[in-house]
Design a protein around this ligand. Structure first.
Ligand code: PMV
Length: 331
């Protein structure tokens, strides 16, 4: 029935301005806090899905290489949900490519699972329903729910047992011509994955209740600043969100430290630039890289300063990206 249908989806990575860190429900992967993100045009995942009756198991190719183990299990878990929704049993071939350096440690799960969710639903003959695709992507990686939409996007905190929780657009990419400069820093030891990291933080950090309370205020401030196109207000709230998330993780027992010396070097440089009148604010996810919010006018200067710092191996300047898209071909 659906064999021979091939869908190719493109989704951009996103960076949370108000961070998600903590789950209300581990089984349904429901966030305990509201997050707000900006979609990044320069970081794109392209994913092709083809249901193929000749396959006994799903097959996955990541950046041209056959992948197995945990990566394939997570893809199969998403495909199983699509198969149930479409009442099919056919296994699929999935091929996924990132436009950004492979293995750089930049968040690829958000764009990856968003592209997979959209491509898999289309290839299985399900309609392009952004809410359902976003909810599907959220099950695999909550931040991926936000990459279904372009521009500025909110994923609300949920309640334990929430079965349906899609991300919602706050403003389209055309709303605000912001720039995000990504500083790719040297990597330390393998990072702790986000699910494991946030579980450990929730169980052992004395600051976790404070973090949850702070998120409510910061996500509202971020959203207000986005709607008002107020970069200073946005930057201050985003920087506090990132550093409070890391402070909370660092207070866990044992400490969870994602920041490398090069990460802190970038944060200090951004603060020094600000003292010199440059509009720049830093944010950091569960890894050592730094993303800087700035204007079109200051982006190149910020990029050059970050590129000159010890431990910064690459820099990428991104505009605000658009919606995830899909093309379907009948074979
Ligand atoms: O969606 P996950 O499970 O990969 O977690 C993402 C966590 C952060 O990137 C640190 C914050 C966020 O909101 O994206």
């Amino acid at each position: 029935m659906n064999s021979g249908r091939r869908a190719v989806a493109r989704a951009h990575a996103n960076i949370a301005l108000a961070k998600y860190w903590g789950k209300a429900d581990d089984v349904h992967n429901v966030p305990a806090v509201t997050s707000v993100s900006v979609t990044l045009e320069a970081l794109t995942t392209t994913t092709e899905v083809r249901f193929d009756p000749s396959l006994a198991v799903d097959r996955l190719e990541l950046d041209g290489r056959e992948a197995e183990g945990r990566a394939l299990e997570r893809v199969t878990a998403l495909l199983d949900r699509v198969r149930r929704a479409a009442s099919i049993e056919t296994r699929a071939r999935v091929a996924s490519r990132n436009s950004f350096p492979t293995g750089s440690g930049l968040a690829s799960s958000a764009s990856g699972f968003a592209a997979l969710a959209i491509a898999a639903r289309s290839a299985a003959g399900l309609e392009l329903d952004r809410d359902r695709a976003s909810d599907l992507a959220r099950r695999s990686s909550a931040s991926a729910a936000r990459s279904i939409h372009g521009g500025f996007v909110r994923l609300r905190a949920g309640e334990p047992g929430d079965a349906f929780l899609p991300a919602e657009p706050v403003a389209p990419a055309s709303h605000w011509d912001l720039r995000v400069v990504v500083a790719v820093t040297t990597k330390g030891p393998k990072k702790v994955g986000s699910t494991e990291g946030m579980g450990h933080t929730a169980r052992t950090s004395p600051y976790y209740p404070g973090w949850i309370a702070l998120c409510q205020r910061l996500s509202a401030e971020v959203e207000r600043a986005v709607l008002a196109r107020d970069l200073r207000a946005l930057g201050e709230a985003a920087e506090q969100s990132a550093l409070a998330m890391h402070a909370c993780a660092m207070a866990a027992g044992p400490a969870l430290i994602y920041l490398e010396p090069s990460t802190l070097g970038c944060v200090h440089a951004v603060r020094a630039m600000r003292d010199r009148g440059v509009a720049a604010w830093a944010t950091i996810d569960a890894g050592p890289h730094v993303k800087v919010l700035t204007t079109g006018g200051d982006a190149e200067r910020v990029r050059q300063e970050l590129a000159s710092l010890p431990g910064v191996v690459d820099t990428i300047v991104s505009r605000v990206g658009g919606d995830a898209t899909v093309e379907l071909e009948e074979a």
